[in-house]
Design a protein around this ligand. Structure first.
Ligand SMILES: C[S@@+](CC[C@H](N)C(=O)[O-])C[C@H]1O[C@@H](n2cnc3c(N)ncnc32)[C@H](O)[C@@H]1O
Length: 224
């Protein structure tokens, strides 16, 4: 297990925008797996696939910067959950791996995919132990998940030079929101923190946003 250093895992309850169960024990991955499987076991497949707006906006910026056919490009949705962003990317033509520890969530994601929307390669894996093939992906995305150790390791390994990172997760402002379950500062990004986790990347766009239902940092960056 690579865990044990300072990390922050965000977990989301019934709505993807409600945060967060928090834990920092050594068997955190097992606990996470059980908790998320229990949560997803009560859900049904999403009838409509609605991607995150930051993903759409970022993909528009990426498309303006390069003109390569999507069908030849690989993307990885890290901690993909129910796979809404994976499915949207696949519909845009990306070859997508959706990675998550929770088999129950991936089962629902497969059912959503079986509506005929798109094909995704769903990988059940513990991010504490999983590493992608080196320089394999053209795009890595992370939404509503923070692990300050494993996520940079995975992305620095798997994303090729020139590849894109799209990341959105909760910022410190989330802690004081009355609609938030996150109370531990270790589980929310400090001001300006997200780009600092990726020093080998050029920042294309970074902002902290207070939205109607959450306070987040949003990053689009490109590996040098
Ligand atoms: C808050 S959800 C976010 C899901 C999705 N990215 C979204 O935005 O809807 C966090 C996800 O992280 C996954 N997760 C938690 N710990 C993990 C681990 N150690 N390895 C892989 N996935 C993990 C959970 O199963 C859950 O699906």
């Amino acid at each position: 297990m690579r865990r044990g250093k300072q990390t922050g895992i965000l977990a989301v309850q019934e709505s993807p925008f409600q945060a967060a169960a928090e834990s920092s024990t050594n068997d955190m991955a097992t606990t996470d797996r059980d908790r998320w499987n229990a949560k997803y076991a009560q859900r049904t497949p999403e009838p409509v696939i609605v991607p995150d707006e930051w993903l759409i906006e970022s993909c528009e910026m990426i498309a303006k910067s390069e003109n390569r056919p999507r069908s030849s490009q690989r993307a990885c949705d890290i901690a993909c959950g129910l796979g809404h962003n994976s499915l949207w990317l696949a519909r845009q033509g990306w070859k997508v791996d959706g990675v998550d520890i929770a088999a129950e969530g991936l089962k629902l994601a497969r059912q959503s995919a079986s509506y005929g929307i798109a094909e995704v390669n769903w990988l059940e894996a513990d991010l504490d132990e999983w590493l992608p093939t080196s320089d394999y992906y053209d795009l890595a995305i992370v939404f509503r998940f923070l692990d300050r150790v494993t996520i940079p390791q995975i992305i620095n390994t798997g994303l090729r030079r020139g590849g894109w990172l799209v990341y959105e997760t909760f910022a410190a402002g989330q802690l004081s929101r009355s609609d938030s379950h996150i109370r531990n500062p270790a589980f929310a990004l400090a001001p300006g923190e997200l780009p600092k986790l990726f020093p080998d990347f050029d920042v294309i766009s970074f902002r902290e946003e207070t939205l109607e239902d959450r306070t987040v940092q949003r990053l689009l960056a490109r590996r040098r």
